[in-house]
Design a protein around this ligand. Structure first.
Ligand SMILES: NC(=O)c1ccc[n+]([C@@H]2O[C@H](COP(=O)([O-])OP(=O)(O)OC[C@H]3O[C@@H](n4cnc5c(N)ncnc54)[C@H](OP(=O)(O)O)[C@@H]3O)[C@@H](O)[C@H]2O)c1
Length: 265
């Protein structure tokens, strides 16, 4: 693992998807603080523009561009244009994701599709745009934002947990190849972080972390390397351990920890 590629602002630029709010926004600012030229993409341009303004005094620079991760061709064209204008993308954080509660009754198949479209296929579209270019150059670092919710199914999160579990398994599998290509592939599994996505949660969120702290941990993980970036460690370890227990114990402990009562929302 010592010869694993670690991106640096000297080598090229960084790209973060889902950068108009929350973890994406925080990570863009932290990367700019560490000297990167960062391309910040999302669908809402006004939010990206305030991010560019906020990054003004930082060591690096932020460039805003509109990008919907569900548009496969759009992602490919965006990456081609960005590399032509600003140079090689050496670090990409495929972060865009959505969450809304989904349960068995009523079963909202469209909600499942929407979640998988953004969280899974949106990430795949980013990978499809980046991997051939990075593979040809033999260098590049890509991190996918999954979640500790992908370790196992959580209540009200059938689509979300499922989509994040897909990302984790996908990254584990791809790593065998990316290692051979000289690329660094990482999976980011945050616990609860204070963002607009979690602001609406009315269930307990143990070890809730501030956005600034989470953004620092993510960027430290980019610099340190290794496959998984996860925090808070205590929560990740507890959830990993729960997943090794018999299901009867798993379901009852998860219900207790998340305040699950089974009542209608
Ligand atoms: N907050 C947490 O506790 C937590 C924990 C674990 C993992 N995560 C993961 O972290 C990532 C960011 O979540 P967050 O909490 O920061 O949520 P957030 O504040 O709601 O941010 C979500 C970002 O995704 C973007 N996005 C949504 N649909 C998109 C699309 N079709 N194309 C491009 N961008 C799109 C949004 O931008 P636009 O609407 O402008 O497009 C926004 O910038 C997600 O993948 C989430 O699953 C969050």
């Amino acid at each position: 693992m010592n010869d694993q590629y670690r991106a640096s602002p000297k080598d090229g630029i960084a790209w973060v998807t889902g950068a108009s709010s929350g973890i994406g926004r925080g990570t863009v600012l932290e990367l700019a603080r560490r000297g990167y030229t960062v391309i910040a993409t999302a669908r809402r341009l006004p939010e990206l523009q305030t991010l560019v303004d906020e990054a003004g005094p930082l060591a690096g620079r932020v460039i805003a561009a509109i990008g919907d991760v569900t548009d496969a061709l759009g992602m490919e064209q965006l990456v081609a244009r960005l590399e032509q204008e600003y140079g090689e993308i050496v670090l990409a954080f495929l972060n865009a994701g959505i969450y809304f509660p989904l349960r068995a009754q009523p079963f909202d198949a469209a909600g499942f599709r929407k979640t998988f479209d953004v969280n899974v296929y949106g990430t795949i579209n980013g990978l499809a745009a980046l991997l051939p270019r990075m593979a040809e150059r033999g260098r590049g670092q890509i991190a996918l934002n999954a979640s500790v919710a992908g370790y196992g199914g959580l209540p009200r999160a059938a689509a979300y947990s499922g989509s994040k579990a897909a990302l984790i398994a996908m990254a584990e599998s791809l790593k065998f190849d990316t290692d051979l290509l000289g690329l660094t592939l990482q999976i980011v599994n945050p616990g609860f972080v204070e963002t607009p996505l979690t602001a609406l949660n009315d269930h307990p969120m143990p070890f809730l972390m501030t956005l600034d702290e989470a953004s620092r941990r993510i960027c430290d993980g980019f610099e340190k390397g290794g496959f998984e970036i996860t925090f808070p460690k205590r929560l990740a370890l507890i959830l990993k351990a729960l997943n090794m227990l018999p299901y009867s114990v798993y379901f009852s402990l998860i219900a207790k920890a998340t305040g699950w009562t089974g009542k209608a929302d």
